[in-house]
Design a protein around this ligand. Structure first.
Ligand code: HPA
Length: 263
């Protein structure tokens, strides 16, 4: 069976994919929770449809709620498909990352503009046969600019209105995980031009592009990447930076959701 992107419905809501530290969206009045079966398998959990201060929004916890699915085992294909089927017109992916370049220290927010994919073995495209399903159409989508510029600018403007410092660029290096990197790997990422390193940015961004869904990443640095500080990375420091930075993430989401208009 080949399927077209039009097999699914686009009603026009903003979808948030919550990453580590954001398994639920505070302030969201849940209208319903939809368990959506997709041709690509099961998503990480139900798609939560809710009302966020008077605005419709969709929410999906990337790692499940509670957090249980490691980055390399997330069914990114099913997640994006389910969001689109639920009516998403655009997607904001919230990602915890490690900071590589000086501006990207712990608790700093960045809205990356580019990405390099170092992941492997993940279901990374709709243009292959999976359980009898395959997306019809142009196989080689353009990915010159992986993030939607309108959505990026909306996130930056929202941050600025809430006096949150957000770095308005950055190359996201997407690694396989679930282990963190060696110092030498981070040196290589930096040589490649990466400012941030995370495990969940890909194939999410590319799958959104294959579905024609505008996508942007709201990244929160939760540690200096390996070798970029004088100590090894601890879960305690990650938890501390998450606690510190998540209020900024939430402030940006609160501010941006109302301005993203339903077409
Ligand atoms: N590396 C990869 N992924 C991450 C990191 C990191 O240092 N911090 C949070 N996610």
């Amino acid at each position: 069976m080949t399927i077209t992107a039009e097999t699914t419905r686009a009603a026009g809501e903003t979808a948030i994919i919550g990453g580590t530290g954001l398994t639920e969206l505070e302030g969201l009045t849940v209208v319903d929770e939809q368990v959506i079966d997709t041709p690509w398998g099961a998503p990480s959990g139900p798609v939560v449809r809710g009302d966020f201060r008077g605005h419709p929004v969709l929410f999906l916890a990337r790692h499940g709620h509670p957090h249980r699915i490691p980055p390399h085992q997330v069914n990114y294909r099913a997640n994006l498909w389910a969001l689109r089927e639920a009516g998403a017109a655009r997607v904001i992916g919230v990602n915890a990352v490690g900071g590589i370049t000086p501006a990207m220290g712990p608790a700093r927010i960045a809205i990356p503009h580019q990405i390099i994919d170092y992941t492997w073995g993940r279901g990374h495209t709709y243009f292959e046969q999976v359980g009898g399903a395959m997306l019809e159409g142009v196989t080689h989508i353009d990915f010159t600019f992986p993030y939607d510029e309108t959505l990026r600018q909306a996130l930056l403007a929202a941050a600025s209105r809430r006096q949150v410092v957000a770095v308005d660029h950055g190359v996201y290096g997407a690694t396989q995980g679930p282990r963190l990197e060696s110092a030498a790997e981070v040196t290589r990422l930096e040589r490649d031009g990466c400012d941030l390193v995370g495990m969940t940015g890909m194939p999410e961004a590319a799958l959104a592009a294959e579905l024609g869904l505008p996508y942007a990443c709201l990244a929160l640095s939760v540690n200096w990447a390996a070798g970029k500080s004088d100590h090894i990375i601890t879960m305690d420091e990650i938890a501390q930076a998450l606690a510190e930075g998540m209020s900024s993430v939430k402030a940006i989401l609160e501010e941006v959701i109302p301005v993203l208009k339903t077409p």
